[in-house]
Design a protein around this ligand. Structure first.
Ligand code: SF4
Length: 369
């Protein structure tokens, strides 16, 4: 049996008590409750409630993955102000991986025993769908049970447009080539006023959610992200989480919610704070765990938030600290100070020394040994 927390003894902010009563009775908390959680200074009380939910859903397990990152090109038509990773085709930093290069990169990591390849990249007009189909097929040929988590909703929308086919057709063809699940990138902040500043050419939040619903209708599980610590305010965060919870009520297709703390180095948008504070992070992750009662996992990507904070957050509602992520380039272009690789031992140690039981999984939470 898992130990059950007794938050009443810990909750100092008495305004949290009514929402704790709802949590105990399995009643979804309201948007007003979410505002309260996002502004309380009682992070220990909030954390106790989040831990209660986390324990009920995921026990003492702490999930991690053994994977590699594949960012196939950094050339992108959109050049979002929030992005430090992308560049124009004439830029000295510009690159596109050939299919042979991708094959040899994946082979090298497969030989080391990875379970999964995580693929995202820029929007490049010359890369047509056959390049991506062949990419996935070659990866599956290297290791037939390699799990492929690939392409954000923004990329799917672009693939449909430049190939002049429907989103459904894109999914059908990529599933046939080996697609296993979708990462949650591109969600940023759904509120249009802020979205139009940080990513003016990106698909709308509404379109992002529509594409996720289509992915869910194909049986694909997906993640969902939220980018915070840029120009958003609390109402934007409440709106974002409410939209996700509503779609999840309809489809049940979101596996994991992944808040991403914004890094502003080399970008066109200055962050509110150089980095979010520990209290900001705790409030957001714990509130998300409580509010998103219908999404099973809350992930704190150690590479974004730092390994020490990711470990602490395991006690504040988080059950997944991310993966080994060999060769991550997106957040490191924006100034993340973490290493661009974490060994399996390193991740297990973070989870174990926080008092949890490490479990190695794919993005679909299939257990791997
Ligand atoms: S955030 Fe994505 S869509 Fe925007 S410029 Fe960067 S790679 Fe392109």
């Amino acid at each position: 049996m898992y130990s059950v927390y007794i938050p009443e003894e810990i909750i100092k902010d008495k305004n949290l008590i009514p929402l704790w009563e709802k949590v105990k009775a399995s009643v979804p908390v309201s948007e007003d409750d979410l505002r309260l959680m996002l502004s309380t200074d009682d992070v220990m009380g909030l954390g106790a409630i989040a831990s209660y939910v986390r324990t009920a859903v995921n026990g003492r397990r702490g999930f991690y993955g053994v994977n590699m990152n594949l960012n196939y090109t950094n050339i992108c038509e959109l050049r979002c102000p929030l992005c430090a990773f992308s560049c124009d085709s004439g830029d000295p930093r510009a690159y596109i991986y050939s299919l042979d290069e991708i094959e040899s990169r994946v082979k090298a990591e497969a030989d080391k025993g990875i379970d999964e390849v995580h693929i995202v990249g820029g929007l490049h007009p010359d890369l047509k769908l056959d390049y991506f189909e062949e990419m996935l097929r070659r990866i599956k040929k290297i290791k037939s049970d390699m799990f492929i988590v690939a392409f954000t909703a923004v990329e799917y929308d672009y693939f449909a447009k430049i190939n002049n086919i429907s989103i459904e057709e894109v999914f059908r063809r990529l599933i046939d080539a080996g697609l296993g699940a979708l990462p949650g990138g591109g969600a940023e902040i759904f509120a249009e006023e802020k979205r139009s500043v940080i990513a003016p050419k990106k698909i709308s939040g509404k379109r992002w959610l529509e594409i996720m619903k289509i992915a869910h209708s194909f049986g694909l599980k997906t993640n969902a992200t939220l980018l915070y610590n840029h120009i958003e305010d609390m109402d934007d965060i409440v709106h974002h989480l409410s939209e996700l919870r509503a779609v999840q009520d309809e489809t049940g297709g979101f596996k994991t919610f992944v808040p991403l703390s914004y890094h502003d180095e080399n970008t066109g948008i200055k962050a509110k704070k150089k980095s979010s504070t520990g209290f900001d992070d705790i409030r957001l992750y714990a509130s998300a765990r409580i509010y998103l009662h219908n999404i099973p996992h809350i992930k704190a990507l150690w590479m974004y938030i730092g390994e020490k904070m990711a470990q602490v957050l395991l006690n504040f509602g988080v059950d997944d600290i991310g993966a080994t992520y060999n060769y991550e380039q997106v957040v490191h272009s924006a100034g993340a100070a973490t290493a661009d690789y974490g060994s399996e031992q390193f991740l297990r140690r973070l989870i174990e020394s926080a008092g949890f039981e490490p479990e190695r999984v794919t993005a679909a939470y299939e257990v791997k040994k």
